[in-house]
Ligand binder design. Sequence first.
Ligand SMILES: Nc1nc2c(ncn2[C@@H]2O[C@H](COP(=O)(O)OP(=O)(O)O)[C@@H](O)[C@H]2O)c(=O)[nH]1
Ligand SMILES: [Mg+2]
Length: 292
Amino acid sequence: MAIVGRPNVGKSTLLNRMLGEKIAIVTSKPQTTRTRILGIIHSERYQIVFVDTPGIHDPKCTLDKALVRNAFRAVRDCDVIVYVCDATELNLIQLDWDILSGIHKRNKAPIVVALNKIDLNSRINLEEIELVFTTLLKPKLILPISALTGENISLLLENIVQNLTAGPPFYDKDVITDQKPFETAAETIREKVIVSFRQEVPYQTAVEITLMEPKKDNPKILHIQADIIVSSPGQKAMVIGKGGEKVKAIGTAARKELKEVFDTKIFLELWVKVRPNWFKKDLYIKKFGYDR
Ligand SMILES: Nc1nc2c(ncn2[C@@H]2O[C@H](COP(=O)(O)OP(=O)(O)O)[C@@H](O)[C@H]2O)c(=O)[nH]1
Ligand SMILES: [Mg+2]
């Protein structure tokens, strides 16, 4: 089943909430998620494979196009679609409807609409929203939820389970994501960069892990080397900061979280590198793993 919707509506938060673990990075900025991320829920009765997707929007550059492509790819082969909209942005509901129609053309799987962030807007007129969606598509359910507080999440999960098609389990019980350790490391570092900056830096940053192995002289410590890729010398100066302050803070925050994630001491080395306009170049988008 796939989680889709516009950027910043709370898709990754919902995935993490349903899994009870942080799999996908979450920030307050749109276009944080770049690839499809799998999360797997195991229970006695079922196994649900969730796909978190980048937000669907009007793509402006090569990277954006790849992100929207990744989202639609995930939609193509799933058996339930959870469409997330934002209860604080109901003025954009027409846009949601357009996207949902586009999805429906690609896949006729049952649709569950999750109206997220109701903790911020409890005075919604559900009937009005139902009217917008049911004129053409017939969603199985429109459910107000809060991914942040957990409201109605178990109800949502129940409805998803009811609409799943039965099949043999695909994954072992201890597998909860298809993200590889080096990808998790790169995403964790990228999250720390994104939250440290406004405007262009977050969208024009990539993280590439260049080394990840137990330290030679002390195998209990995981040695991670990563390049923070930016698209201009100005951005490089910003990410490094005065006297290296900024990159140091990013490193500290990332190391702290990576220690929890990998449950071991981390030796983290960060390098800031410029690849002019990398986000407009297919070669780099592929190299950094953002087109899949
Ligand atoms: N108040 C509130 N904020 C939320 C909720 N769900 C997500 N957010 C916030 O919305 C922002 C975007 O969330 P994210 O999961 O990254 O959105 P995505 O781009 O759709 O994956 C973050 O700042 C989240 O903390 C919710 O139910 N209530
Ligand atoms: Mg996301």
